[in-house]
Design a binder for this molecule. Structure first.
Ligand code: GAP
Length: 488
């Protein structure tokens, strides 16, 4: 039976094998920022590719987008983030540590992602029994205060035209802001979706558990536009699709579940929301959000129609967002610039939006945790990552058994032949058993070894990562054999 994985095992394997490093480690590290090393970058590329394949490439009703991280400040006024995207925090009077009110426990379960400010304020009413997570002091907190989660930056060098901007806290708004552009430049018809993968930034108060919650992270988001009244159906569709995606990439079913949001947890834009949760090996309840699927209604497109009409006021108030009210004057929502005209039914409406929003880093962590295994082999512990073949950073490793008798030359030739087709790795250093173990830890599904018999009959051994079984394959059949086995 597979061993229960501890996060420490994963963190140390990631460092040892070059998956993930602490950012700026040579300067003592930068809290909650991480760098992906040679194997990690391949894993992440594969996670992105699997998402894109399922959400964009395999569908006829979704197109892609890559919008910029920096956007006009009014975007964030219209979306509600400038006013509402905050955590309610308190400071412990004893140790001065700041904590999210919704993360303080007195035995109750914590919320994983941000809850609306109003909900957190209700939680804050019962602070006398809450425990400081840093020093353990009970009920010794300052008055709750709102802490804005968006990072700010400055654009432009001239005093007159500098602008205070935000680093985007979600990629979704780049999609809404381009809704009209995509409609006008492509042949899409509702129902259709726009997908994008990209970096988002949040000045998280509580970061935790390795790459689970960081201040810079990557999201994979789909905004699926549909006619009002069909939204419940599409919500159901995308819930199922997204759950299946994790299972299809090897996540064990017992580690995955849905969790519906209670009404008081819903974000300001959502009519309904469900989390796909994974049983991570940390945290109070183990089950943690992997992805959220929300019914965002027509909230965002309506808000951007208001935002577009607020530009004059924005200039007048010199860009001070706190002084600006969104313009809802003479607001004919259904005929606005972000409405949709269905030329078959002759109906015009603001589309509803179903949004599956996943984290690439968080998915990568779930895939790492789920794939991790330890087993006893001939009195020794074998650590391995049983990655789904499509996620494995390296698909094939090629070794000469020894560094003589012409074996390296044959192995290099095989490696050169295969590397145009699969991610390959060549290794001739050390005992072959140790080379196998290194590849097991990297999650490489196949190792090819050139040995004495290769010189006689042009066959090599191909060893499978999971079963450790070895078969002999003719060198001129290797490509086909691997293609079949890897299903690529
Ligand atoms: N557009 C909707 C949205 O951003 P969210 O639940 O705040 O919703 C969606 O984020 C997903 O993005 C989460 O399920 C998680 O996978 C990922 N995510 C959010 N904040 C994160 C953080 N600080 N670090 C890593 N991943 C994060």
């Amino acid at each position: 039976m597979a061993k229960i994985t501890k996060l420490d095992d994963i963190v140390s394997l990631c460092k040892r094998r070059g998956f993930i490093f602490q950012s700026s480690e040579i300067y003592g590290g930068l809290a909650s920022c991480y760098d992906y090393g040679p194997l990690g970058v391949e894993l992440k590329r594969n996670v992105r590719a699997a998402w894109w394949n399922s959400v964009v490439q395999m569908r006829d009703d979704v197109v892609g987008l890559d919008s910029s991280i920096l956007m006009h400040p009014l975007v964030w006024k219209a979306s509600g983030h400038a006013d509402k995207f905050a955590d309610v925090i308190v400071e412990c009077k004893k140790c001065n540590t700041r904590s999210r009110v919704d993360h303080l426990t007195s035995g109750a379960e914590e919320h994983t992602e941000h809850v609306p400010v109003e909900t957190a304020m209700t939680d804050a009413a019962a602070l006398d029994k809450k425990v400081c997570p840093n020093c353990g002091q009970v009920g010794q907190f300052t008055e709750p205060m709102a802490f804005r989660l968006m990072f700010e930056t400055q654009m432009g060098a001239n005093v007159d035209d500098t602008m205070r901007l935000f680093l985007r806290p979600e990629t979704a708004q780049g999609i809404f802001a381009n809704f009209r552009n995509v409609l006008d430049s492509t042949r899409v018809r509702i129902p259709f979706g726009i997908a994008q993968i990209g970096k988002s930034f949040r000045n998280e108060v509580t970061t935790k558990a390795f790459i689970f919650r960081t201040r810079e992270f990557e999201q994979a988001e789909l905004e699926f536009f549909c006619e009002p009244g069909t939204d419940d159906e599409w919500y159901e569709h995308w819930r199922q699709q997204r759950f299946e995606w994790y299972l299809s990439l090897g996540i064990k079913k017992e580690n995955l579940r849905f969790r519906e949001h209670d009404l008081d947890e819903l974000a300001h834009y959502a009519k309904a929301c469900v989390d796909v949760e994974y049983r991570f090996p940390f945290g109070s309840g183990d089950w943690q959000e992997l992805e959220g699927i929300a019914n965002r209604t027509d909230f965002d497109l309506r808000q951007h129609q208001r935002g577009m009409r607020t530009l004059n006021s924005w200039f007048e108030k010199k860009g001070d967002l706190s002084q600006i009210e969104l313009n809802s004057e003479a607001d004919n929502y259904h005929k606005g610039p972000l409405s949709y005209f269905d030329d078959q039914t002759k109906k015009r409406y603001i589309p509803y939006v179903i949004e599956p929003s996943a984290g690439i880093d968080r998915s990568a962590l779930a895939f790492l945790v789920d794939a991790y295994d330890e087993e006893e082999v001939r009195g020794e512990t074998r650590n391995l990552l049983r990655f789904h073949h499509s996620l494995a950073p390296t698909k094939v490793a090629v070794f000469p058994l020894v560094k003589k008798d012409g074996m390296p030359e044959i192995a290099v030739k095989i490696y050169d032949d295969l590397k145009g087709h699969f991610t390959c790795f060549y290794d001739e250093k050390g005992a072959v058993g140790r080379r196998y173990r290194r590849q097991d830890e990297a999650g490489t599904p196949f190792c090819i070894t050139v040995d004495g018999q290769t010189i006689e009959d042009s066959t090599v051994t191909v060893r499978q990562r999971d079963s450790m079984e070895q078969v002999r394959v003719a060198t001129d059949q290797l490509k086909n054999y691997l293609r079949g086995e890897l299903e690529l």
